[in-house]
Design a binder for this molecule. Sequence first.
Ligand SMILES: [Zn+2]
Length: 501
Amino acid sequence: MISKTISGVLNGIEGIPIEIETFISRGLPSHQIVGLPNQVIKESKERVRSAIKNAGYQFPDQRITQNMSPANIRKEGSHLDLPIAVGILASEFESNFAYLNSVAFVGELSLVGEIKPVKGILSLLDGFKKAGIAHVVCPAENVTEAKYVEGLALYPYASLELLMKDMIAGRLIEYEDRNVPKKENPHYDMDFEDIIGQSQAIRAVEIAAAGFFNMLLIGPPGCGKTMIAERIATILPTLTLQEKIELTKVYSLSDENTSYDLVELRPVRAPHHSITRPSLVGGGNKLEPGEVSKAHNGVLILDEFPEFRKEVIEALREPMVNGKIQITRNQRTADFPAGFMLVATMNPCSCGYYLSATQSCMCNIYEIRRYLNKISGPILDRFDLHLFMDRVSLDSKACSSSRELRERIQVAENHRRGRGQTVPNAKMGKGDINRFCNLSEEAKTMMTRYYSEGKLSMRRYDKLLKISRTIADLESVQLIERHHIMEAMQYQNLERLKKSL
Ligand SMILES: [Zn+2]
């Protein structure tokens, strides 16, 4: 007889349903699986054989052929153990397996027949849902994560033996508890309270965080650039459930999230400047997400920005424009989300003290110019705000707490959503700008004057509007006023400095 079982595979964070046909016939005992890479078949076959025996069933002493389709997609992953085993057992209990045609199976088997949790469960389930498959048998340990995909009936099982018993009896037990558990407020170990002084920089950070703007912090060594950058995620609005799911899909593919639960906090990624292009954007044999995707919905910090390789900085262009990245490897292509806020830091010159009030700079004007020119015009253009910082004296006041800052940013966020704007201010397109960036008469005159005097490129003009919009949002006002624009203009320091040199 031939049985069919449904399962799925992953391509990046996309789940694709597949079908496994099992044909058992007389002949010399053998087990052939078509459509899997060799190494994976070998391991899977061993686990399946042992698990079936330990679940109390006989492994058929016949010729078993299993075929996975469609043929043109790459199938791998230990989560295929369960559908392979179910396919084989289905031949024995043919008449009773009423579920087989409408249920998808996902799970890794241990040698004793336990159903072990798998990676990428949210992606797999989303794939089933899109294909109209509404019932899924999944590992019991995956259910805390799996239950967030709505509109699917889940049947979590911890062992092959229990699953078989229920399947033979014709009743799978559905998971009912759809309540989102109340978790203790997740929090970071860092806080803006730790920072002394730097009120101007913190104000710029507040604006950047409220609009999700990319930021370049320039200042002498030890002035606190990195400390500030690391804390930006602590003041971003709390992740929505949809954002958590997206992030969990990404982390589920890396070895970093082993809890089989939702990612709760916005990520902060700070790769070293020696990072290679593949580690930054993703790749590898299994098409794993890179730092840009692990920073999705969070902050990507590039400390000592001029020290990063040119090709690495260049590779940031695609994700910064599209909010996602496409990776091609071994004739496979996958899309990963990569919508991060970039925060880069750099010294103002090679000695580090140009423009510092605390120590004098040893560089001559040519050296300074050469150093700053490491950041070319097009790259500088990707930063919405740049800001010069200096060391502060120790008696400076401590900064607002992360909670206070986050509350202010939440006010701006609510104001933005209240006017029907779905994207953060940094991501506004032309249409959004025309619709939402309304200027007072005075502000209009001012912008027109700057523009006609040639002080602003079109791109800078738009950026200025978006930043001004954000400052107005922090005050919960509809119209952009002159003073909003005046403040926004302060955060374009580096461009002005480069021109003056
Ligand atoms: Zn210097």
